[in-house]
Design a protein around this ligand. Structure first.
Ligand code: PAF
Length: 294
């Protein structure tokens, strides 16, 4: 594939990807892997750069996974531009783009799924039934095809990180998982392929997600420990500063994703939220280490 200066190999067939991976392992190369659905932005590129720092060859997969979209979601209109994605991935240090076909990944009838108990009932799972089953299943398939030493995910999708970490542990996968911090626009808005759907007015209001998270972090730093009160303050900020409709605001244990009502000193909590701007649903999160008692 011609991406300007950087040579990058585009692989579409599963067998060819498996062969390429076996060849790299035989040559003693460490393989890094960044699974994506394309529409690459600076957030994805930071994952590729981290994978490149940690390994010798980086495979980026581009596959818009139908099983993680609900029928009402944006599968059909999800942005697709493989040439552009390949150029960007190559520029960030990826030497192989794996872009399989839907019918090769999911030959009919496809019977197997990976499901993590309880994950479809909390946070993103609640409003996106079956989403994490789709994510876990495709990630396991991609890991089995690419056979990387290291796989990199972004903290932006916090629940996905928890789900994949747990799947790796529960199923005894040997891959090493790294998590890269969320990349933000200068006004704090977390980078996301879905930001492109925002109207100019919605785009102006969208940084309120991160502002509300920062408000919570500041309150927790100052000793606040009552989760409902912190959530109430975040709700007020969002409703006053934007027309966004809050889907959820959560303060949960970062390992189990169970909601907490009182923040315990020394614990690590995940502050996360989802807000709708018209048809566009944005998510963001921060992980907070609650101070030990002085
Ligand atoms: O984070 C994503 O883009 C997707 O959920 C992933 C991990 C590529 C699986 O389809």
């Amino acid at each position: 594939l011609d991406t300007g200066l950087i040579p990058v190999r585009l692989i579409r067939s599963i067998a060819e990807m498996q062969n390429a991976s076996a060849g790299l392992h035989a040559a003693g190369k460490r393989i890094g892997f960044v699974p994506t659905m394309g529409a690459l932005h600076e957030g994805h590129l930071s994952l590729i750069r981290l994978a490149r720092q940690e390994t010798d060859e980086v495979v980026t997969s581009v596959f818009v996974n139908p099983t993680q979209f609900a029928p009402t979601e944006d599968f059909e209109r999800y942005p697709r531009n493989l040439e552009r994605d390949a150029g960007l991935a190559a520029g960030a240090g990826s030497s192989i783009i794996f872009a399989p076909e839907r019918h090769d990944i999911y030959p009919e009838p496809f019977l197997t799924a990976v499901e993590l108990k309880g994950m479809d009932e909390v946070l993103e799972g609640k409003s996106r039934p079956g989403h994490f089953r789709g994510v876990a299943t495709v990630v396991l398939k991609l890991l089995n095809i690419v056979v990387p030493n290291t796989v990199v995910f972004g903290q932006k999708d916090a629940q996905q990180v928890v789900v994949i970490r747990r799947m790796i542990s529960d199923l005894n996968l040997t891959v090493r998982m790294l998590v890269a911090p969320t990349v933000r626009e200068s006004d704090g808005l977390a980078m996301s392929s879905r930001n492109a759907y925002l109207t100019p007015e919605q785009r102006c209001e969208a940084p309120v997600l991160f502002a509300a998270l920062q408000e919570a972090v500041q309150r927790i730093g100052a000793g606040a420990h009552d989760a409902p009160a912190i959530i109430a303050a975040m709700t007020t900020m969002i409703t006053q500063r934007s027309a966004g409709i809050i889907d959820y605001i959560s303060i949960a244990d970062n390992g189990t994703l169970q909601e907490v009502s009182t923040l315990k000193p020394g614990s690590t909590v995940l502050l996360s939220l989802a807000v709708r701007f018209g048809a566009t649903r944005l998510i963001d999160n921060v992980v907070v280490q609650v101070k030990e008692k002085d």
